[in-house]
Write a protein that binds this ligand. Structure first.
Ligand SMILES: Cc1cc2nc3c(=O)[nH]c(=O)nc-3n(C[C@H](O)[C@H](O)[C@H](O)COP(=O)(O)OP(=O)(O)OC[C@H]3O[C@@H](n4cnc5c(N)ncnc54)[C@H](O)[C@@H]3O)c2cc1C
Length: 411
């Protein structure tokens, strides 16, 4: 049976997170947009305690030892529902929140049970902890096979060299003054093997040889840090490699590291949907103040253009949400969701940029003004069309999967 209703448990989570978003995020959203590079510690400390005790949000860590509970069966779905609410509150603050995040997703996707326990248990402490994921380099973004960073084995260690750019939470995860976090770094152990030689490595905060070179000034999500990390003869223990150190004959090994994205793309999609929903709700309220109500259930011929536009935006957002929930649901049921995760991400990233731009247009000068958060949401929206695989790259993945082409055959 197909059931689109959220379980009472997830609906309760949604209500709790919504309260947090409304009362703790919205009121400081503008402030931290304007004070880029300042860490919202009060908000972070408060949400860390809440999310740990309630078992919700990015701070609710799982490690390899934890027993599976009935709630775990819906873990991904619960997460995307919560992330939509948090991003409805504020996407920049949501991305600044501590928790296993992208790095944790990589450990979950590729790590051994021992590694899950070792690296994820730190998220259960009293102090907030971040993780980050460093893939992108100056010459390797969409084409992650072009990664130049290297990991060379030296006795009981791997030695990392290279420069990673645009790393979300790189500062909070990599600087020991900020947290006892870690950065998952993609590097090649055999450049001649191409994609098959790329592996992910855990670098603990404060490891000598890892330097945080700078934090970006950005268009949107300005409450979240985006760092450049330099690795110079950075030595990490041998068992900090995630997965096997073997270089397979084919690019199968690369699929292992790419599996991280099957978990993270629906989360990015959910964040996009939260921003889009915030924009739509605001437009509805402002139109109402001007005496314009969206009339449902009447003939489309009788609708005003603005009502049709609004309904179309709503429908697009709902389509993106259903794709996102499906990708998360598949993950919870142990089904391969590579295609569906890309579909959700591609659709939601596109829809949120369109919806927020149109929302600004609909409200005219008020939409453009800083009096409302709408112009900020338009700025915050765009990143969802860029990170975790751009719009174009996710469309390429979808085409490959549907048509049965390899990345060599369709690039
Ligand atoms: C705020 C922010 C946070 C980020 N956080 C992280 C992070 O935490 N970790 C991390 O590793 N990276 C992160 N990134 C980097 C992000 O993932 C990359 O910017 C993204 O993958 C695109 O790569 P690129 O910048 O090299 O662009 P390019 O790959 O150079 O792409 C430029 C344009 O060309 C298009 N394009 C490229 N190849 C193709 C193709 N084959 N077919 C059609 N079109 C194509 C792209 O879609 C894009 O529109 C972040 C970026 C930003 C801006």
């Amino acid at each position: 049976m197909i059931d689109f209703e959220l379980s009472p448990d997830i609906a309760a989570t949604r209500a709790q997170v919504h309260m947090l978003a409304e009362h703790a995020m919205r009121p400081i959203a503008r402030e931290y947009d304007e004070r880029e590079h300042e860490t919202p510690w009060d908000f972070i400390n408060m949400t860390w305690q809440i999310s740990k005790s309630a078992g919700i949000g990015p701070g609710a860590a799982k490690d390899g030892k934890a027993q599976k509970t009935p709630a775990d069966e819906e873990r991904s779905l619960r997460l995307v529902v919560a992330v939509e609410e948090l991003s409805w509150g504020d996407a920049g603050l949501y991305l600044s929140m501590p928790g296993p995040g992208l790095g944790g997703a990589a450990v979950m996707a590729v790590g051994t049970p021992e590694q899950k326990e070792r690296f994820l248990s730190r998220f259960k402490g009293d102090k907030p902890v971040w993780s980050a994921m460093a893939i992108t380099e100056a010459c390797a973004g969409s084409d992650s096979a072009a990664i130049q960073a290297t990991a060379v084995r030296d006795g009981d260690h791997w030695v990392l060299n290279g420069t990673k750019i645009f790393c979300t939470s790189g500062l909070m995860a990599g600087d020991p003054k900020m947290s006892n976090g870690f950065v998952v770094v993609w590097a090649t152990i055999d450049r001649s093997a191409g994609r098959a030689g790329i592996k992910s490595f855990i670098v603990d905060a404060g490891t000598p040889g890892m330097t945080i070179a700078k934090c970006e000034d950005k268009l949107g999500i300005r409450a979240s840090d985006t760092a450049t990390l330099i690795f110079e003869d950075c030595r990490i223990p041998l068992d900090n490699i995630l997965g096997s150190p073997e270089v397979p004959k084919t690019s199968e090994g690369f699929k292992g590291v790419m599996a991280t994205f099957d978990a993270t793309r629906p989360i990015v999609a959910a964040s996009a949907i939260g921003i889009g929903r915030a924009a739509l709700e605001l437009v509805r309220e402002e139109l109402k103040k001007q005496g314009i109500e969206i009339r449902y259930g009447i003939s489309p011929r009788k609708l005003a253009a603005i009502e049709r536009d609004f309904m179309d935006m709503e429908a697009q957002l709902e389509a993106a949400r259903l794709l996102t929930w499906r990708a998360a649901w598949m993950m919870d049921h142990g089904l391969k969701n590579n295609l569906e995760a890309s579909m959700a991400k591609a659709k939601a990233g596109l829809v949120v940029t369109q919806v927020t731009q149109k929302a600004v247009e609909m409200l005219g000068p008020l939409g453009y003004s800083r009096e409302l958060l709408l112009e900020k949401w338009m700025r915050d929206a765009k990143i969802n069309d860029i990170f975790e695989g751009t719009q174009q790259i996710n469309m390429l993945i979808i085409a490959r999967r549907i048509l049965g082409y390899s990345s060599k055959e369709l690039s």
